[in-house]
Ligand binder design. Structure first.
Ligand code: COA
Length: 174
């Protein structure tokens, strides 16, 4: 049985925030707060219905995923709401056991297919493309409020034709 088969995915709300911070510190570099992705969602809170933790067979926290309300603001001034996925983090010693896949799958399962918002993220296209169809094909004209690697800006959308060609991503605030 693989580690992920004995894993439990629970709402992130059920986990002590200090433990989640420690997990993120161990999966990312200490300067993670300066990442452009943090600026995109500045001032928003993660969405409790689409943010999860994964526990191992001993009920220890091994991974987390958070989603945020963001918008792509097009040149005409229209805001197109989207869900920003990430950070996705798995404890270094538990990586490669399927926990990352369990976390992203939980988010995708939580999105209502009848009225889905596009899901956007900054991540490796090989990983997120292979399992869930995230792609950089439609994001070439999109901008972020800071430096980023263009090929790592990914979107997943049931109907890509509705996506604006250009715009700036930022928090969804109203
Ligand atoms: C990226 C991350 C979330 C993946 O979670 P994970 O539990 O290690 O991955 P899984 O076990 O679900 O998936 C493993 C498979 O994905 C592949 N994979 C993992 N990370 C990958 C990456 N960055 N690029 C391409 N493939 C990757 C593995 O090679 C493996 O493939 P295989 O089954 O064919 O051998 C995790 O490694 C992590 O926390 N990394 C550090 C933080 C980070 O970079 N987060 C992503 C940006 S928000």
């Amino acid at each position: 049985m693989t580690a992920s088969e004995t894993a439990t995915v629970i709402p992130l709300d059920n986990v002590d925030p200090a433990l989640v911070e420690a997990l993120l510190d161990s999966a990312f570099e200490p300067e993670r707060h300066k990442r452009t992705a943090y600026k995109v969602r500045e001032g928003t809170d993660w969405l409790p219905g689409l943010s999860f933790a994964v526990l191992d067979a001993d009920e220890m926290l091994v991974g987390s995923i958070q989603c945020w309300p963001v918008a792509l603001n097009d040149p005409a001034g229209r805001a197109h709401p989207m869900i920003m996925v990430g950070p996705v983090a798995v404890m270094p010693e538990h990586q490669g056991s399927g926990y990352g896949q369990a976390l992203v799958a939980a988010v995708i399962a939580g999105i209502d297919e009848r009225a889905p918002l596009p899901q956007v993220m900054v991540g490796d296209p090989e990983y997120y493309g292979r399992f869930w169809g995230f792609s950089n094909e439609r994001t070439g004209g999109w901008d972020l409020p800071g430096p980023f690697e263009k090929h790592r800006l990914l979107v997943r959308c049931a109907n890509p034709a509705v996506l604006p060609e250009s715009g700036m991503l930022g928090p969804w605030l109203r």
